[in-house]
Ligand binder design. Sequence first.
Ligand code: ACO
Length: 333
Amino acid sequence: MKRPLAYVAGTGRGIPAKVMTNHDFAALGIETSHDWIVERTGIVERHIAEPGETTAHMSAEAARTAMQRAGVTAGELDAIVLSTATPDRLLPSTAVDLQAMLGATRAAAFDLSAACSGFLYGMTIGEGMIATGVAETVLVIGAEKMSSIVDWQDRATCVLFGDGAGAAILRRTKGSGNQQRGILSTFMRSDGTLAELLWRPGGGAKQPFCQDVLDERSFYVKMAGREVFKSAVRSMAEACDRALDGAKLTGNDIDILIPHQANVRIIEATAKHASIPMDKVYVNVDRYGNTSSASIPIALDELVEQGTVREGTTALLVAFGAGFTWASMVIRF
Ligand code: ACO
């Protein structure tokens, strides 16, 4: 196990107030049912941002709580790494809006695109910046307004996603007393040959906005659900193994598994593979749906708030998303 170089000093979340239940789809004319959604995914409700409620706004709420819990001021942030698949605009980044909102005058700020794995990618980048001496304090955010990119006419995808943001403050581990506190291992992978199984084909630089893009609705999320499901189960299992190996731990050493919240069946398969009983697995997909890169930091913040994650807790975090990308991390708090 490597000596931890960075630790989580504080967490926060920013969740839209508006809740949409499975029953609310009927009013939109979508042919689905509460029972179908619960049985296939475990989702009961999700939060949906109002039109003026942006990815940056949700991020700012999450960031302010995380900074307060960490005892860090905006002026102390050296970098803001913001993972999102739903930036408020394409240029410049949502991270710079957040930088301005917080008044983080010394911070570098940039967006990161790794879909649902983005928060763990961001944490790994933040740790690297701290390890190389580029930064002492990094704000890592996962924030998504998925409701703005799902096709509300496609029942196979629109029932799955939700909006929200989560944040963590990473700081340099100091001294010898808390040497075991922090990120114990990291793992990241990708496979772009499978990009078309979960993507937004139109509206980017390859096919800029035009009538065809609008007619084909190709700027919305398209997903081959079954194939994504199979890859997610396989990749999250690999990611668990690699993070545990890296930390020289087994599933028995893990106090809590914090998986990406896409589907309760994927979560159960992941836990089973890692030999972690379900009473040590955090599930909140029933209340949030899939919030992509926000799902892990939202879950982490809830766990901190309820006292499940506290000093000494060893957590395994694991994610899978479009790309495909997958990632994992063991953190001792
Ligand atoms: N309500 C009712 N019926 C529906 C709905 C719906 N919302 N959506 C699809 N169906 C129908 C389909 O049309 C199909 O009908 P048919 O048999 O008459 O053709 C039937 O249900 C079965 O469809 P499948 O897609 O085969 O259903 P499946 O059991 O695979 O469940 C699901 C679909 C829930 C999407 C599942 O494949 C899944 O969870 N996949 C992984 C998705 C995921 O997690 N994505 C995100 C991971 S990566 C990330 O987070 C970005």
